[in-house]
Design a protein around this ligand. Structure first.
Ligand code: GDP
Ligand code: MN
Length: 403
């Protein structure tokens, strides 16, 4: 779960990371009230989960109630690269001497946490990484050892921060690490981390991603969850307890197991199609689960064909087949289904599917053949031609290692 800047700053404050005093506003009047409370000058910041808000006109300084009104009215309702601004953060403006960058994230390959600090903050860090990778100092942190004071001091020194900023920056980097670990984040990032003319180091922005696997021990995350802007398809999937990620294509996907679901996306791409989603039904494929999965996939108006890819393990083939048939009775689908069923009791499962085979339910023996059929169907239906079932391929079509 990604937090908005204001939530990230609230999170930072719990671990004593210095942030500016401020408050949220959903209306122009509220923005003025928050500005009066924070004290002028203030900075008015669009709360959207996308970077580069400054350049897009979503961050403005204001010296009076009149200026707050003017800017707040402009920023509320603004569209920043597809993100509608519904909420503002208004904080006391800081004087900036220098802008730095600091973050902690997980480096899965190294099996360690990764701290990054740069003296080139305030700008897009990806750009710095691409053009001037040596400007970013890195430190792998063993999760068992944690981050020592010496480690943090060395990191900020290597990043080339000036002497007068080092103690403050190292202190913040350590607190950031504690916030990341205790707060169960997968990313904490401060860009810019500023040095004020009077020598204080301070977080001016906050980017925090929380690790959803740890949600069970954070009842307080509920407050963040209610403000999440979800894709309507993802909202429905979440309600149904399904692992779903919405994509842009026309082939809806239902698979069991995250690995198989990922492979299914690859195979659809490989045969020239575009997946509409990732959906993992998990271990079971009962009628209940299938009906839920099909309902979610069906709610996507871009879907033209649905590819169900199930490898029976503990869930047996005939259960899956019965589940699909029953789910089709429960949910009225806008698109035809192509199913590939393999694994435990696949023969029995396919026999059941054969009894129900129609233009709406097509069974194919391999993953590649099923993907081809689903992609052809989706293409034909997108082109507006009447739904017709492409004939099964005559040549053996399993060209690669994926069956
Ligand atoms: P982002 O562009 O979406 O990452 O938004 P940031 O919160 O990082 O702000 C972008 C830029 O606005 C910063 O790099 C600063 O240059 C400027 N800015 C933000 N807050 C203040 C402030 O309190 N005072 C001043 N002078 N500039 C600010
Ligand atoms: Mn920023």
């Amino acid at each position: 779960m990604d937090l908005f800047e204001y939530q990230g700053k609230q999170y930072f404050a719990r671990w004593d990371i210095p942030v500016s005093a401020g408050g949220v506003a959903d209306t122009v009047d509220e923005a003025v009230a928050q500005a009066e409370a924070a004290g002028y000058p203030v900075v008015i910041k669009a709360q959207v989960q996308v970077g580069g808000r400054g350049k897009a006109g979503g961050i403005k300084l204001a010296n009076s109630a009149g200026e707050v009104r003017f800017h707040a009215a402009k920023i509320l309702g603004m569209d920043i690269r597809g993100h509608l601004v519904r909420r503002l953060w208004v904080e006391h403006a800081s004087d900036i001497a220098e802008e730095y960058y600091a973050s902690i994230t997980l480096d899965r390959t190294a099996r360690k946490h990764l701290g990054m600090v740069s003296a080139r903050g305030g700008i897009d860090i990806e750009q710095v990484a691409a053009e001037e990778p040596e400007a970013i100092a890195r430190l792998h942190i063993d999760p068992v050892d944690g981050l020592t004071a010496e480690g943090a001091q060395d990191l900020v020194a290597r990043a080339g921060l000036p002497e007068r900023a080092r103690a403050g920056a190292a202190d913040i980097v350590r607190k950031l690490y504690t916030c990341y670990v205790e707060g169960d984040a997968s990313l904490v990032e401060i860009n810019p981390l500023i040095l004020t003319p009077d020598g204080r180091v301070h977080a001016l922005d906050a980017k925090v991603s929380l690790d959803d696997n740890a949600a069970f021990r954070h009842p307080e995350w509920e407050a963040f969850r209610v403000t999440q802007v979800l894709d309507p398809r993802e909202a429905l999937a979440q309600e149904k307890g399904l692992q779903y990620v919405g994509l842009q294509g026309s082939v809806g996907i239902v698979a069991n197991g995250a690995g198989l679901a990922m492979s299914t996306l690859d195979v659809v791409n490989q045969v020239g199609g575009q997946p509409a989603n990732f959906l993992d039904v998990g271990g079971g494929a009962s009628a209940e689960v299938m009906a839920n999965a099909l309902e979610v996939v069906n709610s996507d108006p871009n879907v033209r064909a649905i590819f169900i890819n199930i490898f029976g393990g503990i869930t047996r083939g005939e259960e899956v087949a019965n589940g699909v048939v029953e789910a089709m009775r429960r949910v009225t689908l806008a698109s035809p289904i192509v199913i590939r069923l393999d694994g435990t009791n696949a023969e029995q499962g396919r026999a059941i599917l054969k009894e129900h085979e129609s233009e709406r339910l097509i069974s194919r023996p391999t993953m590649v053949e099923a993907a081809r059929t689903a992609v052809q169907l989706a293409a034909a239906r997108s082109a507006g031609s009447p739904t017709s079932v492409p004939p099964p391929p005559t040549v053996a079509s399993s060209g690669g290692p994926v069956q």
